[in-house]
Structure formats: C-alpha cells, structure tokens
Ligand binder design. Structure first.
Ligand SMILES: *Cc1c(COP(=O)(O)O)cnc(C)c1O
Length: 360
C-alpha cells in the first residue's frame, strides 16, 4: 500500500458539477457558470491558426497576450501574470504565501476553491459570516487572526452573485494590516465594469492582487486562461509556483483574439444581464428569494434545505442541472447559470409548476 501524505489523503476531491442526466434525457447544464454562447468567431480562427505552431512550447511570458491586456484594461504590462485559468493563480498565491503555520480567511459563502487551495498547503481556513448573502467587511476584519496571511474576496461573489462597492473594498484594504495579502477575485468583473468601480489601481499599494479570467464573460472556460495584476515583488514569488509552460499555444491565441472583440464580450454581458434580471424577477414572483446578482448566474434561495433538495431532484429528473450549494454553506440554495432564453424559460416553468404544489 502506498499512502499519500496525510493532508492529501484526508482531503475530499474537489466537488465538480454532477452532469449525468437520467437515461434518455437531454442534459441542460446550468451548473458551471459557463457563457451561454460560444466565444467570438475570431477565437476559432485564431485557434486553428495556432495549431500549426503546436509542436513548439508556448510563450512562457505570455508577451503578446499581456500587451493586449495592458492596452484593453489600461494596466501596467509588467504587473500582469497569466494562469492556466485563474484557479492556477489562486493556487500559486496560496502556495507562495501560506503554510501550516498560518491561515487564509474568506467570507462564509466564498468560492470553494479558496478552501481547497488552503488545504493543499495545510494552512488553516477561516471564514467570516456574511449578512444576507453579502460579504460583510466588518465581519471579515473581526475574523482576522494574528496568523492570517491572505484574505480572499470574490467580487462579485460566487455563488452569491452579490458585490461590494469599491468604497467597501477600499475600507477593507485600509483596515487590514499591510502584511496581509488581499486577493480580489474578479472572475465576473466584466459583468460589473459598467459601474466604473475597477480595483486595478489598488495593486499599486503593494499588498493587493486583482484576478480576472477569460472563462466567464469571454466564454473561454474550456481553453483555460486567467490573469491577474500583481505587485512586482508578489509576482516574482507567485511565478515560482506556476507551471512554467502553463497556457497552451491555443489558449494564448484564443485569449488574444477574444480580447480583440470587446464588442462581442460586452454584448454577451448585456444579454446575460438582461436575461438574468428577467429570470430573477420571475422567480421572486413565485416566492423564492433571489439576491440581486452582478454575474452570469442567479442564486435561488428556498424556504429550507429540504425544499432546495426537492426542487433540485425535480429539475434533475427533467434533465436540468443547477448547482446545489452545500459546499459553500448554503444548503437551502441552488445556483442557476444564465443559459439560453429557452433554458431559462424551462427552469421558470418547472419551478412555477413545482411551487404551486410545494412550499417554495
Ligand atoms: C469561475 C471562477 C474562477 C475560476 O476561473 P478559471 O479562470 O476558469 O480557473 C475563479 N474564481 C471564481 C470566483 C469563479 O467563479
């Protein structure tokens, strides 16, 4: 018998979505916050051209991609690091700045991968209560311990979809001591960029990182490209924990092409937001609670854990897979990614029928 090291042996595997519909049913997957539509047509063209250089290793410095990011987001080129999805950057940050002698802090209903990343390095994982499924700056500050090294906040949050204002985040940063790294994960940032509350400038302080990804608004989840803005000293250490050839030739070409079609990305965000708001309103009219979302999904809160489970079972029996949220401490909630109009219409109809026969 060959045993894994104890902390890995004790970990549960990362809970990915269950995507096995009942026999004969077509799968409607609204469980992974993927875009409702394929990427810009420029992406397919760029990827098919990139294949001809597939015998060569990719650019380990992501130079062309970083230059484009710097232009489009008006950020300094030398502060950008790119990852095999932003998950790789989260994992590398935790490897570089936390270990078994300290701790990582996040809001109670945070993205579960923050916890997994902490477990991988044997750091303690602390959480701060949220208020009405919104991150509480006061509770986060109160939960800081002498050994807290990293605070993660996804903004907008996943699975809540709610967001903190720039003023709230600035207050959090100013109340955390300068030896605590604040990581603001803006995986859904493009869905709220119209609010003009970008956080990139805060990175200049030297103690804050802002992460973004191509997986959501740009629709490249399957090509695995994330990026972030890092203070130079932090970047130097995070880089040591990244795979040196982390993003494939196809991934880099895809992200570059997606950046070149801002109009398409913005249209994706607009259509998604409009559909999300319509969907959320409908569910509220059925007596379900749906917090205002700033992302490409909506969190649906049921009256009890049992009601959420029953609704989930009913939807699955029809082939419709939302994401149960026990992993984020919200057993009474299901998260619905905003899919096509027809898919959202189907969810509304099924829940409408279900709520007439069950307590919501
Ligand atoms: C989807 C998501 C990510 C992961 O994105 P990848 O770039 O696909 O690795 C990171 N953080 C949050 C909050 C997410 O929802």
């Amino acid at each position: 018998m060959i045993n894994a090291v104890p902390h890995i042996a004790a970990m549960s595997p990362y809970a990915l979505a269950d995507l096995n519909p009942p026999e004969g049913q077509q799968l409607v997957s609204l469980s992974q916050n993927e875009s409702f539509r394929p990427p810009s047509p420029f992406v397919a063209e760029a990827v098919s051209q990139a294949v001809s250089t597939g015998h060569l290793y990719p650019d380990p410095d992501w130079k062309i991609l970083r230059e484009r990011l710097s232009d489009v987001y008006n950020v300094s080129l030398d502060r950008v690091l790119c990852g095999n999805g932003s998950m790789e950057l989260i994992s590398a940050l935790v490897q570089a700045f936390a270990n078994e002698h300290n701790s990582v802090l996040a809001p109670a209903h945070a993205y579960p991968f923050f916890r997994s990343a902490a477990q991988l390095v044997r750091a303690r994982y602390d959480t701060a209560p949220e208020v009405d499924q919104r991150v509480s700056v006061d509770n986060l500050i109160a939960a800081v311990q002498p050994d807290t090294r990293i605070v993660f906040v996804a903004n907008p949050g996943n699975p809540t979809g709610t967001r903190l204002s720039r003023a709230d985040l600035l207050r959090l940063r100013s109340e955390l001591s300068g030896d605590i790294l604040l990581v603001i994960d803006e995986a859904y940032g493009e869905f709220s960029d119209h609010l003009n509350e970008r956080m990139f400038d805060v990175v200049d302080r030297g103690d804050t990182v802002v992460l973004r990804t191509f997986s959501k608004a740009y629709g490249l989840a399957g090509l695995r490209v994330g990026w972030g803005l890092f203070p130079p000293e932090i970047a130097a250490d995070v880089r040591k924990a990244l795979n040196p050839n982390n993003i494939s030739v196809a991934g880099q070409a895809a992200a570059f092409a997606a950046l070149n079609d801002q109009e398409y990305m913005r249209e994706t965000c607009q259509i998604t937001a409009q559909r999300r708001d319509w969907f959320s309103e409908w569910l509220r009219s059925l007596g379900l609670r749906v917090p205002t979302s700033f992302s490409n999904f909506a969190l649906i809160q049921f009256a009890s854990n049992k009601a959420a489970q029953e609704a989930d079972r009913m939807l699955r029996s029809e082939g419709v897979f939302l994401r149960p949220q026990g992993g984020a401490g919200l057993d009474n909630c299901l998260r619905a990614t905003i899919g096509s109009h027809e898919e959202m219409d189907l969810v509304v109809k099924l829940l409408e029928h279900w709520t007439t026969e069950n307590a919501p």
